[in-house]
Design a protein around this ligand. Structure first.
Ligand SMILES: [Zn+2]
Length: 483
């Protein structure tokens, strides 16, 4: 199968995305910190959940599927969680910082913010919520994003509580950790307007860009992308947890292929929730839940979003990556340096230094060299990294380069000494001696094995120094001695 073999229009392909992003604030309905803990838990409690009939008297099909398994749930907690996570205390007022972030995201998605909205309970029966439901509140609706192949609607933007973290599953016993339960998530649901896998990827990338411009958590597990899709004569599938936008295309194509196969065998395809795997394939998770799994959260009042709050959000809208890139390009940064700077998120440091020295490429080179190579090699923690090489210290290094006290190529060596805990004055001194020592060693290597090519010497020198020196600098020295 190759991706372009499918005629998506002919297949009647339709798709929408559901994106969940953790916000970088305290928890949504209590003020506990949103931190995942790695240590042994401080306590654990055991619970059992039962499927109960909803408003209409019917047990939800998905709820029944889970309850049939008759599971036992163990919840592990820490001093960083409170009685709200344990469902022993009613929820507190909604976290106002999380609400403000959700408002900005809604505006960036061109959505209409609801002036009054109801916090709801959404039935969750897999045990990942101690209460048996997840609180969710619709913040805005009817937005859109533009793509190269047309506009894709945003049906809704909601604020939700993240679920507890599953730690292990053995037989009927499932162990969860409460540290993640209650972390604010913004949920973005697009309309089923997406007409090709490439368009799905484009939408995911665009929404990702908007999210990252706001105060959201970063790293593995902080964003989850679900793909809803269907083809003619197939059935609707909800594919959970597609790892990254690049995998979206592959995953959709695999699912189309799977459904075409089943249609070919005249099999009846039922709507399902499927789990996305890292190789683009999917596996059955559970039947697709029916509607009406929501009912109002009676412990909380209606949420009012004032005109003033919306105006405030409008005034504090962040710049999207594309705009940031445009501004950076104006400073004279080349594309490679620009990408590195954004990737390493050192924009604040860059702007501070740029005010002092109008040499953008040198500044980024120094920042990236520090963060990506030296601090990593020396295994420095984030805190140590900031202590040993603050913006002030980088400023004094660049200052020395600009005033000619050290050469640009000495930056690496100076930083290496700083990383090992030397002061800037010592580091600069050490670097000057060190350069002489390097040249001496290179001369010695050339003398020991005469007649080799510069590249061969290069290999020997790099081996001698275990790659810990600047290759360009080595080559310069070699070329002084070898023609
Ligand atoms: Zn709490």
């Amino acid at each position: 199968m190759t991706e372009d073999e499918f005629d998506y229009q002919k297949l009647g392909f339709k798709s929408g995305l559901e994106i969940h992003q953790q916000l970088d604030t305290n928890k949504l309905f209590c003020n506990c910190p949103s931190v995942l803990r790695m240590e042994e838990p401080d306590f654990s409690v055991k619970r059992k959940l039962h499927a109960v009939a909803g408003e209409g008297g019917e047990i939800d099909i998905a709820a029944r599927h889970e309850a049939e398994k008759d599971k036992e749930f163990i919840y592990q907690g820490y001093d960083s969680v409170c009685l709200v996570e344990l469902d022993e205390e009613p929820p507190h007022q909604i976290n106002s910082e999380a609400l403000k972030i959700a408002l900005r995201i809604s505006l960036l998605l061109n959505a209409k913010i609801l002036p009054i909205t109801q916090i709801m309970r959404k039935t969750v029966i897999n045990g990942s919520n101690t209460s048996g439901f997840q609180r969710t509140v619709l913040i805005a609706k009817d937005g859109y994003v533009e793509t190269e192949s047309g506009r894709v609607g945003i049906e809704g933007i909601a604020l939700e509580e993240d679920a507890a973290r599953e730690i292990s599953k053995q037989g009927k016993i499932v162990v969860f950790r409460l540290d993640r339960l209650g972390i604010p998530l913004v949920e973005i649901v697009t309309a089923p307007d997406i007409k090709s896998p490439e368009q799905a990827k484009e939408v995911a990338l665009h929404i990702g860009d908007i999210l990252r411009s706001c105060k959201v958590k970063r790293g593995l597990g902080t964003i989850r992308q679900d793909v809803n899709m269907s083809i003619k004569r197939g059935a609707r599938m909800e594919i959970k947890g597609v790892q990254n936008p690049d995998l979206i295309v592959k995953t959709i194509n695999f699912e189309i292929k799977r459904q075409i196969n089943l249609i070919g065998k005249a099999r009846n395809i039922k709507p399902e929730v499927r789990n996305a795997l890292a190789n683009g394939e999917t596996e059955f998770l559970r039947p697709l839940p029916g509607a009406a799994r929501m009912y109002p959260e009676t412990d909380l009042p209606l949420l009012k979003i004032s005109r003033q709050m919306i105006n405030e959000a409008k005034k504090t809208l962040p710049k999207l990556r594309k705009e940031v890139e445009k501004d950076l390009a104006k400073t004279g940064l080349n594309q490679e340096m620009l990408n590195l700077l954004l990737q390493e998120r050192m924009l604040d440091e860059f702007n501070a230094l740029l005010k002092l020295y109008n040499n953008p490429n040198l500044i980024v080179k120094a920042l990236i060299l520090w963060k990506k190579e030296i601090a990593k090699r020396e295994n420095l923690s984030e805190k140590k990294m900031q202590e040993r090489l603050s913006v002030d210290i980088i400023e004094s290094i660049i200052g020395r380069v600009v005033s000619g006290k050290i050469k640009e190529r000495d930056i690496r060596g100076v930083m290496q000494e700083l990383a090992r805990g030397k002061s800037i004055a010592e580091a600069v001194k050490f670097e000057k001696q060190d350069n002489g020592a390097i040249e001496e060693k290179i001369m010695k290597i050339i003398k020991e094995k005469p007649g080799l090519s510069p590249n061969a010497y290069m290999g020997l020198v790099m081996k001698e120094f275990q790659g810990k020196i600047d290759a360009r600098e080595v080559m310069e020295i070699i070329k002084k001695y070898v023609k």
